[in-house]
Design a protein around this ligand. Sequence first.
Ligand code: SF4
Length: 336
Amino acid sequence: MTDFQLALLNWYKANARELPWRKADHIDPYAVWMSEVMLQQTTVGVVIPYFLRWMERFPTLESLALASEEEVLVYWQGLGYYSRCRNLLAAVRIVKAQGWPQSVLEWLALPGVGDYTAGAVTSIAQGIPAALVDGNVERVFARLTCNPKINPALKADAWHWAKVNLYEPDPGTWNQALMELGATICTPKNPSCGACPVSRYCQAFQNGTVADYPSPKPAKEWIEVFHQAWVFVNAGKFGLVQAQPGEWWAGMWHSPRGKETELIERFGNLSRERVGIIKHVVTKHKISVEVYRVQSDQLDLRWFAKSELDELAISSPGRKILTLVNSAVQPRLELE
Ligand code: SF4
């Protein structure tokens, strides 16, 4: 073991946060897998309540494999990136049928499993020596080595570094220690270098250039999208459609939306009342949705009572739209 590894592992053993999927006495590969997929693109604080609710409803691989996609999406909603959830369910069903993968390569063969998830589950849940790089590790690496690159070159260098520096006798603890350092000490803004167990190995700290790493990303080129959502209401019910494969939020329910011309072409130029506007960001799209209430009983919609909406897979912008209309028309709906 190198001095660098020893310093980081000792710090982690004394400082690791207690997390619901981290149990000192028992590692549940299924729980680790679920948590690692949920943790992509978001933080531990956001994930914990979703994870606990998920594990209460789907406590085992078998229980999840047997659930319907629609129900699983309901438990995922709020975490975003719904294709990840659909892939997860497909992968879980394969594992149930074929048994647990036993190597990074076997994990990578499952739908939606990328290098990070494969490295995390094999190392943390199965003790197989496998490196991983997430955003935390990438940042720690950039600062430790004063790497000036931006992605994808930075990520490639970080993967190489993570493989070379992996502590093979306990790869799961090592990988978690690196990520924990990035999440709690070597944070994106104002890292706590004074409390860092590896500051003496950190080139950026030694040079006084921590603020320069990682190098800033070039500004995103945003695509502005202007849509309308027509919220059909009739007799206290909402008329919804289900997003089709290939559309945003596929499989989830929402009020019909799109360009005004598309909606008029589909439903006719119906009388409608403007309720407000919501804004949402999806990858590089900035979406503004003008929300209209439409009193109509279009037959080709599925109608749901307000009380049924909580049990329905609805994306977070879809829910915002319904809430906006519902709060605006509450007295009228109750009279109907
Ligand atoms: S010394 Fe500071 S910049 Fe370097 S790894 Fe530690 S927290 Fe990060």
